[in-house]
Design a protein around this ligand. Structure first.
Ligand code: BTN
Length: 256
């Protein structure tokens, strides 16, 4: 069971507001329109209407995984948030390394964490109406921890920490690690922007150097991944050798 006291006792930022629920439709939706002045975190043992990117469902059975949403106020213009989903992904990768997954762990642009090509975690970032210089953002994270069954309920190839490490994992410890790393990465991003993360991203991303296809709405483009720029946009070398930058889309590796 998740236990608020156990989680809080391991947090670096002791004053952070953390709330835990047995069941919610969606932790992201819970944080919406709450008018927090400072950062806040919401956790649930299960979600009945968990949401993924691109209108997909996020399968959220009780008592097995982590469903976490983090409210953060950025002193930034909206266009400066382009690299945020990459920073969140890096924070999750770091937390997972701290929790014992050292090998075969990669980020996949823009916001997946994969292990041997199978999805372990994803994030859904929702920007609330802000002013020109302040953006209130809800960062939702789904992390497969002790889920080992229900293969058929999820359309993508997936894995979980228990499948990888072979034993049941302490979700309180993992929640604390994710919250601690997010707190640190979000603060650095707020103060210094994405440019300080470019190298870490290029080392962690499984797409760098690969030929991929990016689908965005009804458009598809293919090119070779040359890394990311200082804004967090993916750089693709197109067939005419031109480099183009992409800020959104769904990437799949093309076998060449
Ligand atoms: C994705 O990879 O498609 C994003 C998945 C995000 C799921 C999390 S679980 C906690 C938060 N609440 C939601 O309804 N969605 C996010």
């Amino acid at each position: 069971m998740l236990n608020l006291e156990k989680i809080k006792s391991q947090l670096i930022q002791q004053e952070l507001l953390v709330e835990l629920f047995d069941s919610l439709p969606s932790t992201n939706d819970y944080l919406k329109n709450k008018k927090y002045q400072n950062s806040a975190v919401c956790l649930a043992e299960q979600q009945t209407q968990g949401r993924g990117r691109l209108g997909r469902e996020w399968y959220s059975p009780p008592g097995q995984n982590i469903y976490l949403s983090y409210f953060y106020r950025f002193q930034k213009k909206i266009e400066e948030l382009a690299g945020l989903s990459l920073v969140v992904t890096l924070a999750i990768v770091k937390a997972l390394k701290i929790c014992g997954i050292q090998n075969n762990l990669f980020s996949k642009w823009p916001n997946d964490v994969v292990w041997e090509g199978k999805k372990l975690s994803g994030s859904l970032i929702e920007v609330q109406a802000g002013s020109s210089q302040i953006q209130d953002v809800i960062i939702g994270i789904g992390l497969n921890v002790n889920m080992t069954q229900d293969e058929e309920k999820i359309s993508q190839a997936w894995t979980s920490m228990q499948k990888i490490l072979g034993t049941n994992q302490d979700r309180n410890k993992i929640c604390a690690a994710v919250i601690n790393e997010l707190t640190h990465y979000l603060q650095t991003f707020n103060q210094q922007g994405f440019r300080v993360f470019v190298e870490e991203w290029i080392k962690t991303d499984c797409l760098t150097g690969q030929t991929i296809c990016i689908q965005n709405l009804d458009k598809k483009v293919t090119g070779k991944v040359m890394g990311v720029n200082e804004q967090g946009c993916l750089l693709l070398r197109m067939s005419n050798n031109e480099i183009q930058a992409f800020s959104a889309g769904e990437a799949t590796i093309v076998k060449v």
